[in-house]
Design a protein. Structure first.
Length: 544
């Protein structure tokens, strides 16, 4: 690992020197930047800039040959849930139902009797055999604790009998319009909870106080910085409970030295508060900006709640679930437009894509006079040629998560069937159609490490296996340059910050991701690389 030495950031200006810039550095190329007031003022060789600065007082950060990229930005994740994951039961690496139950038993022994227990990121498709625990097994493992477990897709959940009891949910409780309770053959609760049916369980869970909420966001920001991320586009209001709380937490963290940028999507339930505060998209400063209105159009493929235009191949009794009717989606879009907001819609299935695009077409951004931020189409996992043509015509941003390929294949092929594979996680087709894409992780659903996103985009397979060598649907593989673009210029375009961030250019923000090795050398170097330093607004926000 290359050490970084002699770091001194000066309030008037700082010379960052002896770096290797971009993916393909070469001798006699620029290796230094001079920064003032958070902006890159000059780029050149170390010798050139030191000569130009002769007689000036400035600080020095010597990168000692480390590899410097434009500051990486995750265009779609959830800081609040990522922070929660760091303290909850984490089933990300769990490989069987029995192992999952052992983890629950161990946590139950460490938890005060009667307190809630929470867990994240279980995925029965990765289990051998591919079976989730039954409600009876959850009851035995958790004892007297109410248990609430969130599937890796965050659209399906498991609860035990005690959790259902506290929520007042019985075998006779009807399914809500945009959700469902799993049932056994006799109609009894089987432990599964789908989509907005979870609200009854969430309503009886203990509300974290302000200090706990702030600690959760702090932990997530610091973790992101340690991975080389300088910013994230996030939606946290359903956890934080209000825009005012969200803004206060980020302001206080910044004052306390947590230097991390955030672009905040506004969940549609908080539009009334945004109106009271007089907020619209684009408001804020270089640290926190208000983005689009977040809306869910469907669920996820793993739990078969993503809305497809025709039934699931492996479950022909269902086509998934629409979170909102077309009429309701149109009303939400019109409301957002009236307050000066674009929309950012979660749409995974082709049925949800159709509903989403219809709403955007009926209420175009230009017709509402909104020109400062684009609409966003989040996930775009199951498409067809006509849907892609409509996306390109709308000039929206496609928020894609390359890492989903590593987690969802090969089982997703059986979910959707062979007739839908031509436009399945079709990142290259989307880009080639002229749709601007931004890259994110959807953490904590997927690992937050952006380099794992690069790897998935390039190889179309998991990092812990060489099979299949060509990857799944290999025609959709992206280059390293395209992958980097997604997490730099692509993310900047999604936030209408393309003239401020995403490039190593004079006049742009001094945001740098500094790595210990050249990720262009090999697949292994990409997987082994670590962030040595993260610089945000010209200040060292993280050092390994």
């Amino acid at each position: 690992m290359i050490p970084i030495t002699q770091s001194y950031v000066h309030p008037q200006g700082t010379l960052f020197k002896n770096g290797r810039f971009g993916l393909h550095s070469a001798p006699n190329k620029p290796d230094a930047v001079y920064v003032e007031n958070g902006l890159i003022q000059a780029i050149g060789t170390t010798e050139e800039l030191q000569l130009q600065l002769s007689g000036h007082e400035y600080g020095i950060v010597d990168w000692d040959g480390a590899y410097v990229l434009p500051g990486l930005t995750d265009s779609h994740m959830h800081l609040s849930m990522q922070g929660m994951k760091l303290s909850a039961l984490d089933f990300s690496d769990t490989s069987s139902k029995d192992q999952m139950l052992r983890q629950i038993r161990e946590r139950a022994r460490q938890t005060t009797e009667g307190e809630w227990m929470f867990g994240l990121n279980w995925n029965e498709n990765a289990f051998s055999p591919a079976v989730a625990p039954s409600v009876a097994e959850l009851d035995e493992a958790a004892g007297q604790h109410p248990l609430y477990l969130t599937r890796t897709c965050f659209h399906a959940f498991l609860a035990n009998t005690e959790a259902f009891r506290r929520a007042g949910i019985t075998n006779e409780t009807p399914d809500p319009p945009s959700g469902a309770f799993g049932r056994d053959e006799s109609g009894g609760l089987n432990g599964w909870v789908y989509e907005e049916a979870c609200k009854l369980l969430i309503a009886v869970q203990p509300e974290p106080d302000y200090a706990a909420k702030k600690a959760t966001i702090r932990a997530a920001c610091e973790y992101a910085l340690s991975l080389g991320l300088t910013a994230a586009h996030t939606e946290d209001l359903r956890y934080l409970g209000g825009i005012g709380v969200m803004r206060r937490i980020h302001r206080e963290l910044r004052e306390e030295g947590v230097l991390f940028r955030s672009h905040q999507l506004i969940f549609h339930d908080y539009l009334d508060e945004a109106e009271r505060l007089g907020l619209k998209a684009g408001d804020g400063d270089e640290w926190l900006r208000i983005g689009a209105v977040k809306i869910f159009s469907d669920g996820a493929i793993g739990g078969r709640t993503a809305l497809l235009n025709s039934p699931y191949h492996d479950a022909p009794h269902t086509s998934g679930m629409a979170i909102h009717t077309a009429e309701r989606l149109h009303r939400l879009t019109a409301r957002a437009r009236s307050l000066g907001f674009p929309i950012a819609v979660h749409a995974i299935g082709d049925g949800a894509a159709d509903l989403t695009l219809a709403a955007m077409e009926k209420f175009p951004l230009a017709g509402a006079g909104i020109t400062n931020l684009p609409d966003r189409f989040i996930h775009a996992q199951v498409l067809d040629a006509e849907l892609l043509h409509r996306m390109a015509r709308l000039q929206l941003i496609a928020d894609i998560q390359p890492r989903f390929v590593a987690s969802d294949f090969p089982w997703v092929l059986d979910r959707v069937g062979p007739k839908r594979t031509d436009y399945l996680y079709a990142w290259k087709k989307i880009i080639d159609a002229g749709v601007t894409c931004a890259g994110g992780s959807d953490a904590p659903i997927e690992p937050l490490n952006p380099l794992l996103g690069f790897h998935a985009a390039m190889t179309r397979r998991r990092p812990d296996t060489a099979e299949p060598a060509e990857g799944y649907l290999p025609a959709e593989r992206l280059s390293l340059e395209q992958s980097l673009w997604l997490f730099t210029e692509g993310s900047a375009l999604a936030a209408a910050e393309e003239k401020e961030r995403g490039q190593l250019r004079e006049g742009f923000a001094a945001d740098f991701t500094v790595l210990d090795r050249n990720i262009a050398e090999s697949e292994q170097s990409l997987l082994q690389a670590k962030a040595l330093m993260t610089v945000v607004n010209g200040q060292v926000a993280y050092r390994a």
